[in-house]
Design a protein around this ligand. Structure first.
Ligand code: GLA
Length: 391
């Protein structure tokens, strides 16, 4: 893949470039907690997007997506508009956001491609945003902390692409650390690296193959529902800023004043946030069984209270639960399709693959894609030709 990207870059733009590797991510536990100022436990993975990049003196942004076999070329004017094509917007959004932070790049070239499945909940978009940002910072000599990069990439998605996502995906892709899960406090942005490597079990992802355009709009609806809950509770608890600050007891005080749906949404977030903290304790105590149990509980909550699962995800979790050696299983990411994440004993992974494929096909008529994955480092430069700039 990297060779092909280099080939396409050389063909179009010359032989001076940087190669950046920007990984996808998994989230072990803590879904829809990030934008509620709560905790998450993601990790970068060994599926990535690779970008060949260099500055140019044409005053244009020239892009080529190897996977889509599409190019996009636009003048660097003062007001960048959406491309109408999808993928270029993640890149243009980053340029737009950098400018708002006072960083104006000259024109640049970028050829990219990768093996993070698109729309599967593995954050291919965050990887692309983070990769472009990292590359532009390197090429322009801008010193931006990796946490600040995550914030800028998130804003690019919020303001330019229009999805009100939290910071988890961009943070994990950029800051990942091999063999470690990252326990991030989404309020303070402090994080701990928790060792997550045990030869006895594997992280296995099962892709439903379902892609729903719903994600963006339904996602924004969930955010609004959480905010609605907060605004009701705030009336008599002014210290409450986000659901992070609400306890189950506080929520129960408002059960009669709250719409049933808003109540359910809030309850899930409060419980899920607690689960992340408890699950981190489980890891510290080496109690992987208790950790896996919380993954199942997380799925139940996402299915029935937060209602962001779908039939195919539920089937995958049900089917996985029956296989010997499965420690935990749940839907991952925003929801409505994409992947489940499973913790599976190493010696039963083959059996897992066979049984899940067979039963999923039987129940849905669909073929499941299964990926074993390992936790890797975050976004970084992996190759640099001698001189990148064209002056
Ligand atoms: C998407 C968003 C994240 C997070 C998850 C749900 O992946 O981009 O910020 O909110 O959904 O946990």
């Amino acid at each position: 893949m990297i060779e092909q990207i280099e080939f396409e870059f050389q063909k179009r733009f010359g032989d001076q470039y940087l190669i950046i590797e920007a990984p996808g991510r998994v989230n072990l536990i803590g879904e829809h907690t990030d934008y509620n100022d709560g905790f998450v436990l993601p990790a970068a993975i060994d599926k990535a997007i690779w970008l060949a990049m260099n500055l140019n003196d044409t005053g244009r942004i020239r892009l080529f997506s190897v996977d889509m076999n599409e190019e996009y070329d636009v003048e660097l004017t003062s007001s960048l508009q959406k491309s109408g094509m999808g993928w270029p917007d993640y890149i243009l959004g980053v340029v737009d956001q950098l400018r708002k932070h006072g960083m104006n790049s000259v024109g640049f070239d970028c050829v990219f491609g990768g093996n993070v499945p698109i729309g599967a909940g593995l954050s291919s978009s965050a990887a692309l945003e983070g990769g472009v940002l990292y590359g532009l910072a390197e090429l322009n000599g801008w010193k931006i902390s990796t946490m600040n990069m995550a914030q800028i990439a998130q804003k690019a998605e919020n303001e330019f692409v229009g999805v009100q996502c939290g910071i988890m995906d961009q943070f994990a892709s950029i800051n990942g650390k091999e063999s470690h899960a990252l326990k991030l406090d989404c309020r303070t942005l402090e994080y701990d690296k928790i060792p997550f490597r045990d030869p006895d079990f594997k992280i296995v992802l099962c892709d439903t193959g379902v892609r729903r355009e719903l994600t963006g709009s339904e996602y924004n609806v969930r955010r609004t529902q959480c905010e609605e809950g907060v605004s009701i509770i705030q009336k008599s608890h002014p210290q409450v800023k986000k659901l992070r600050d609400v306890t189950i007891e506080m929520l129960e005080e408002y059960i009669d004043q709250m719409d049933d749906v808003v109540y359910k949404r809030c309850k899930f977030v409060i419980e899920e946030n607690r689960r992340v903290l408890d699950a981190c304790d489980d890891l510290e105590q080496d109690n992987i069984g208790a950790f896996g149990e919380k993954m199942f509980q997380s799925h139940q909550g996402l299915q029935h209270k937060f209602e962001v699962s779908c039939k195919e995800l539920d089937i995958l979790v049900e089917v996985a639960k029956k296989v010997e050696g499965v420690i935990g299983s749940r839907m991952m990411g925003g929801g409505f399709g994409g992947c489940t994440i499973n913790l599976v004993r190493t010696n039963t992974v083959e059996q897992f693959k066979q049984e899940v494929s067979r039963d999923y096909l039987k129940q849905t008529g669909l073929k499941v894609e299964i990926y074993e994955t390992t936790i890797s480092d975050g976004t970084r430069v992996i190759k640099s030709t001698e001189k990148q700039t064209t002056e």
